[in-house]
Design a protein around this ligand. Structure first.
Ligand SMILES: [Zn+2]
Length: 152
């Protein structure tokens, strides 16, 4: 049964890894590419409004997005640091102030995209619903929604 009585498509052909990651970066459901992950600046949809994919699959699941946020921030800081260092447009203290400010502001802005990337990365390697989620009936797709045996 679905939460709002809405029928979600049971099977969706998997997209390629790059398409899946781009969907996440654009804050779209990585499974179908249609539904929005966020409904506000910080508020997330529990499920994809278009296909029913759970966005927060388990307690602590979304913590993985920290790796994406940290990794992208660190990569950009390194690139900008060496670019400006060798161009000699700023001195060391100016560079430190600029990149410290960037390291504080950028992750705050990027946090939604990092979550989208994390959910897409997860969808790429562990497509929803996996066997265990289907067995526990967490799909919201109704009976017969998966290949897992029912009623066990
Ligand atoms: Zn979806």
């Amino acid at each position: 049964m679905t939460e709002s009585g809405k029928k979600w498509p049971v099977s969706i052909p998997p997209a390629g890894g790059m398409v899946t990651m781009l969907r996440g970066l654009r804050l779209r459901c990585p499974r179908c590419g249609q539904g929005a992950i966020f409904r506000g600046w910080f508020a997330m949809n529990a499920r994809c409004p278009a296909c029913g994919r759970l966005f927060d699959r388990a307690p602590g699941y979304l913590l993985g997005s920290i790796y994406f946020n940290y990794g992208v921030t660190a990569l950009l800081v390194v690139i900008v640091y060496f670019s400006l260092y060798f161009s000699e447009t700023l001195n060391g203290k100016q560079l430190l102030v600029l990149l410290t400010g960037f390291s504080i502001v950028f992750p705050l802005w990027f946090f939604r995209h990092a979550r989208g990337l994390w959910i897409a990365f997860d969808e790429r390697w562990d497509p929803w619903p996996n066997e265990e989620e289907a067995r526990r009936g967490e799909t919201g797709l109704g009976a017969g929604a998966s290949d897992a045996p029912a009623g066990r």
